[in-house]
Design a protein around this ligand. Structure first.
Ligand code: NOJ
Ligand code: CA
Length: 710
């Protein structure tokens, strides 16, 4: 080796240790070695990543960049200045949830990037590889040449490796209440969903999908793309390039801002997440989204009790009564004009009727909508600011008397705040409204944001509203109040940090069956929701319709499932609050409480553990959950429009014990369309390892309660 070579060798060594040259690509593997992320820079210094599962590429080389207002893009000319690995294996407890203990086990890699010259701006990319998927986020450290920025676009690419089957809803900036579509990736056409009826606000700017979006590859792998810890940032939709099988992040914008997100450094973006599973059910069991959020920041939340609840609610949706006292508005179709004489639902007597039903049937909670003033001006107003009042009851609703009666009967009343998408009015009243709740012993509130956001130019899923929903959670936590938001921002696992975020809507709920012009939710709706929307967190779907066709109220609307399917939803669709949404009189049969209501009385709402026993996206799913405190097991299974027989093995039960099981299933001749209320109940003795064949009718389901024998 001559002198010249020696010198250059030493230079290379030096530059490698100080990382002045292009590094070899960096890779990171999950603890079980199955999921792998590779990070690298192109010759031009453009960052890109790839993801593989076992030896199969899941996401091919995908670029990552940002466009900024009045500044050069953060896209290329980068070098790696440092990289750091980490590993964690911890177990934490959920105050309420699908399971008590959650294992958080990942390997992490932090890549520090800096522009090679010019402003030398810095950005770090933080990767985590879990056994159930991978995630990364951008971390903008404090620095000299980058202080306050307006992000015009985040361009995180997801290059798929084939024309996967996709279950998607359009990337609407204002609402998630769309039906899921099952198509090939190349056939995604979100713009065709622009004019779906019955949406109070909708804005679909381009061919994009919302997250979680779930896919199945030709090789049988399941993928779901979403985000975790959405804080002070805009929600992410995924723009679709159908020919190239490519998705690119498209943040929800703000016309007022003239961009997507206004930020001051330092800050971190939300995590971009890719769940990877070999069985569809493993997507549901994954807790990666939660694990990517910070631990509980608000302490004890025992003021919230997981519970079932009834409510003055479905009767307005099917048109038996009204929210407003005048009865002058048709809130079902969100239109104005006289629709008839007052049939106000939220009266003192009616509330007492529900309280009686609840206390006699083991239901803890009562929701009353339309109790407060504002509803009769709402739809007539151009300007919705200042219309709703969250302290003043209607004249025919004796607030104090209802609270007294509920208290006497051991029923907890849930507050209702419909903000009419006027968040500033809500923010003004929040302090007082929450004090009013607490003074009356109320611990949880259902909020709602129907309509276009005021101020104009903001969207439900933009940064401004993300920050509003956050303010509500924080103020509510300070007052010891739990929040169930309708028309919410998507769930991104924040319930770990703010366990007062108990449930939310954020999907096409049961209400669409009451009034939707397109026939409501088809039988495959919930077998799809379980593998899509439900991956993000608890759902206030409001199951439990027994009067499936409610022809005495509406001829053209109905529920498109069997009664047994409705029962199964208490187990399949997870929420720490579950409504028994039908009217008390619809839960009666031949002068007594409907025998199938016993399942709703018995079923748990807070779980020690949950197991997905079988399932295929959009077709069927069966979940078994063990209740905390009692140890009782509940199993729920649902199917789409196809009849099927599912074979269950009760291998989750404990050895050497005998249990009493009650099976609630579709009758032989049940069918969602023609005979939806036909059911059968069977009692039997079971033990660990027992096998059961259960036939589900078209649009059907089954529910089982399993209690250890004394
Ligand atoms: C929409 C909500 O989803 C529904 O549950 C509620 O009854 C209405 N808004 C009125 O607030
Ligand atoms: Ca809604």
């Amino acid at each position: 080796m001559n002198k010249y070579y020696l010198l250059s060798f030493m230079l290379v060594l030096f530059s490698l240790t100080s990382c002045e040259t292009e590094p070899e690509s960096l890779t990171l593997s999950s603890p079980d070695g199955n999921n792998q992320i590779t990070f690298d820079l192109t010759e031009k210094g453009e960052p890109f990543y790839m993801v593989a599962h076992k030896n199969e590429t899941v996401v091919d080389s995908s670029f990552m960049s940002f466009e900024l207002k009045d500044l050069p893009a953060l896209a290329d000319n980068f070098k790696v200045t440092a990289s750091q690995v980490e590993t964690l294996d911890e177990t934490w407890e959920m105050p309420w949830g699908e399971q008590l203990e959650v294992r958080n086990n990942y390997n992490g890699l932090m890549v520090s990037l800096e522009e090679k010259d010019g402003e030398k701006r810095k950005v770090n990319i933080h990767f985590k590889a879990f056994n159930d998927g991978v995630a990364f986020r951008y971390e903008f450290p404090e620095q000299e040449n980058l202080k306050d920025i307006l992000i015009l676009d985040e361009n995180t690419e997801f290059n798929l490796t084939g024309d996967h089957t996709v279950w998607w809803i359009p990337g609407d900036w204002d609402i998630y209440e769309h039906l899921y579509n099952e198509t090939k990736f190349s056939e995604i056409d979100a713009l065709s969903k622009r004019d779906v009826p019955d949406l109070a606000a909708t804005y679909i700017p381009e061919n994009a999908v919302n997250t979680p979006v779930t896919m199945k590859t030709n090789t049988g792998l399941y993928l779901s793309f979403h985000e975790a810890d959405l804080t002070n940032y805009a929600g992410m939709t995924l723009k679709v390039d159908p020919e190239n099988h490519r998705m690119v992040s498209e943040l929800v914008g703000s016309e007022r801002l003239g961009g997507k997100a206004q930020l001051s450094l330092p800050f971190n973006t939300p995590w971009r997440t890719i769940q990877i599973a070999e069985k569809a059910g493993d997507l549901i069991e994954s807790k990666m989204t939660l694990n990517l959020n910070d631990p509980n920041a608000i302490g004890d939340v025992s003021y919230f009790t997981p519970m079932k609840y009834v409510g003055i609610w479905w009767e307005m949706h099917i048109g038996k009564s009204t929210w407003d006292m005048e009865g002058s508005q048709d809130m079902n179709t969100w239109t104005t004009g006289k629709v008839g004489s007052s049939q106000h639902g939220a009266t003192t007597e009616n509330a007492k009727r529900y309280i009686d039903f609840a206390s006699e049937n083991g239901i803890k909670g009562l929701l009353v909508e339309g109790w407060n003033t504002g509803w009769d001006q709402w739809l007539n107003s151009e300007d919705r600011e200042g219309i709703f009042d969250f302290m003043t009851p209607y004249a025919d609703y004796d607030f104090d008397e209802v609270m007294r009666y509920a208290n006497e009967k051991g029923v907890e009343v849930i507050m209702h705040h419909e903000t009419s998408a006027a968040p500033l009015t809500y923010e003004k009243q929040m302090e007082e409204a929450y004090n009013f709740m607490k003074a009356n012993g109320m611990n949880s509130v259902k909020t709602g944001y129907v309509g276009k956001i005021i101020p104009k130019g903001e969207y439900h899923h933009g940064q401004w509203m993300v920050n509003h929903y956050q303010k509500v959670l924080e103020k509510a936590a300070e007052k010891k109040i739990a929040v169930n938001a309708h028309e919410p921002i998507k769930a991104t696992g924040k319930r770990r940090t703010y366990p007062n975020a108990i449930a939310r809507e954020g999907l096409r709920g049961q209400e669409f069956n009451a009034w939707s012009a397109d026939g409501g939710n088809p039988p495959d709706h919930l077998p799809t929701v379980a593998f899509t929307r439900m991956l993000s967190g608890p759902i206030d779907f409001t199951p439990g319709v027994f009067n499936i066709k409610f022809e005495e109220y509406k001829k053209d609307n109905r529920v498109s499932t069997t009664l047994a399917h409705q029962l199964a939803l208490y187990v399949v669709i997870y929420s720490p609050i579950q409504m028994a949404c039908d009217l008390p009189e619809h839960y009666m049969l031949d002068g007594r409480v409907h025998p199938a209501f016993q399942f709703i009385t018995d079923v748990g709402v807070d779980w020690q553990q949950s197991k997905v026993l079988n399932g295929e996206v959009g077709d069927f799913v069966t979940i078994a959950r063990q209740e905390r405190k009692t140890g009782n097991w509940f199993v729920g299974g649902i199917t789409d429009e196809n009849e099927r027989t599912l074979n269950l093995t009760l291998d989750f039960l404990e050895d050497g014990k005998t249990y009493s099981a009650n099976v609630y299933r579709d009758a032989e001749d049940a069918h969602w369309e023609t005979n939806p209320q036909a059911y059968a109940i069977e009692a039997m003795e079971v033990k660990k390892g027992d096998q059961m064949d259960i036939r589900l009718a078209p649009g059907g389901g089954f529910a089982i309660s399993i209690v250890e024998k004394e």
